[in-house]
Design a protein around this ligand. Sequence first.
Ligand code: PEP
Ligand code: MG
Length: 759
Amino acid sequence: MLTQLRRIVQDVNSAANLNEALCLVTQQVKEAINTQSSSIYLVDNHRAEYVLMAADGLNPDAVGTVRLKMSQGLVGLVGQREEPINIENSQIHPNFFPEPRVKEENYKAFLGVPIIHRRNIQGVFVVQEEQERRYDEEEEAFLVTLCAQLSGVIAHAKATGIVEGITAITEKVAAKDIATFAGIPSASGVGMGQAVVIYPQADLDAVPDRKADNIAAEKSLFNEALQATREDIKALAERLRQTLPEDELSLFDVYLKILDNNNLGFEVMAEIDNGHWAQGALRMVIERHAQHFAAMEDDYLRERITDVKDLGRRVLAYLQQNQQANITYAENTILVGDDISAAHLAEVPEGYLSGIISGKGSSNSHVAILARALGIPTVMGVQDLSLTKVEDQHIIVDGYYGHIYVNPTKQLQREFSKLAREEQELDADLQELRDKPAQTTDEYGIDLYVNMGLAIDASLAMSVGAGGVGLYRSEVSFMARDRFPTEAEQYVIYRQLLAAFSPRPVAIRTLDIGGDKILPYFPMDEDNPYLGWRGIRVTLDHPDLFLVQIRAMLRASEGFNNLGVLFPMISSISELEEAQHLLQRAYHEVVDEGANIEKPKVGIMLEVPSAVWQAQAIAQRVDFVSVGSNDLTQYILAVDRNNARVSELYDSLHPAVLHALQHAVDSIHKENKCISICGEMASDPVAVVLLLAMGFDSLSINSSSLLRVKWVIRQFSMKHAKELLEEVMTYDNPASIRFRLEQALDEAGLGGLIRAGKR
Ligand code: PEP
Ligand code: MG
């Protein structure tokens, strides 16, 4: 069964389109469980109906035409119950609904299995036969396993509109021009512009269709890539000559044959002649070969599919070296990709970026955090967007609600432009708060600092009147390079930063990599990266990197003395002491070398639950503490902050997080030390009221949110904030806490911020 299952899934993946795949699946399932009829009904979401999409053993004319209401027949019952229904004689079942066009009146045995993707019913798989019998457990388990595997493919195909025939013809015409997608709202605002797709390097499946601008140039690029790949394969064979037996080495001759001008080369050239660009032509040819191999009965030959794809990827890598480097960014670029990273943002020319859409990640991924800092509307975790189809299309990114509109109508464009204008007006009005204190109506003050990572943040931070930098993510400048920056290079970066804010304090965090922050030149491949080698754990293992960085920071502070050093991911006292020891060593070194500097303030990021429960012991050893609520939330709730699938469970207003924060504030204050919070929660207007009441001494937030946060603080009294805190601390779930706080903001005349707060 497992082999059959694998075979079916492989065929689905290599089918030209979903309709063809569904036909194949029904045929193969009928064969595999030796039954008389096998069919698939998919849900048409527009009409709330099931459509018979493929059938083997029913009337072929019914395919694509027969529709059932969601509650109709046994198919409807399977969907409603969301579980398999396996019955000996369907004809006597009260829900039996004989649809004459289907011609199923002779079938008695019925097994229907729901196809469910992320809690949503996508369709129902049905097998039937004339004999009165129950399908056995193995047959049922087979179909359930198959449906679980098919569900993602089907959901994707439906969402991207690449499955024909679900939507009625009339609706298709109306919906032809506009497609909507949903993801996780990750940076508020409205972005409108042209899609520029970043597709993963050397991923054949992600190569978009594109016309060749210049056929001769595409051919010559392809030739170069093919030649370079052949050289690589020859070199590889040469290297392995000593270790591999002769017959294994002959495989490399086969590879070289495939890469010959007469084989792969010839076919790709023909596709380029048909007008395709080299990368697209290569993808088509490799897909064709892969399908050919997949259809082979012989296991050994079928496995050769991997080799063909690998060769294709190698050629593609060379092609992309030359072609991806030349991305042309539109003046209002909407950056779209399966996995957009901070480095991708950095490559877009300044002022050109209007929106970001990423297939992977969630609102707490680092790229989303940077996007918020830059005020770029962003939607993450958009699972069903087909990259190859949106290239160059006009797109609206609604960063408030996480919606994306491809090819929007004129009217929709007008509505969103109006919304964007209103937001700009609000920001302009808030400018008058720039030089006013962040102080409650009963005159309780709190410091507002900014989070920074990119150099271009500095002017933004200045324009909103930040009181200093509460968190400088030093790793961002490491990410935009192809090697570790030297001490001299780091010195320049930190010196500019400290000078720009002097005499205001600047907390520079030591390198915090791991999790979703990977340096291209320092591979870290871990099964469980958020619980693995991260933050201080990496730098303590690499005193070479750590000492260079600290020395650069210390030297850069000469004459300003406004430096704070922040250690990330501290989970035990011993880690803190080791880090302090290294800091001490670096300090003495640079002083001995002649630098005239004061000792910097030392702090830790409080972002691991163990540190919360040792907060007082930590406070005895440091000058200040800054809560990293992004990580603290992920670790308290056991929710990977980067995983779109569980993003709905991630909520910093969870009572468990709020109680941990209050405990941290009280413990740090017992030692008369200052506590700040620099996670994204501090930029959420709704949460700000609570943080104020808890007693945080400062908030460190995105520059683009600073004035909005100041507005909230100036509208509330400490007395009212404390009453609200006391009240919500008795609540059991985050949704009611958010609801209560939104209500309070609304009452305080800050309703306009509630939409903005939904990032
Ligand atoms: C945090 O974890 O809250 C934090 C500020 O650090 P980062 O988001 O960079 O992990
Ligand atoms: Mg963190």
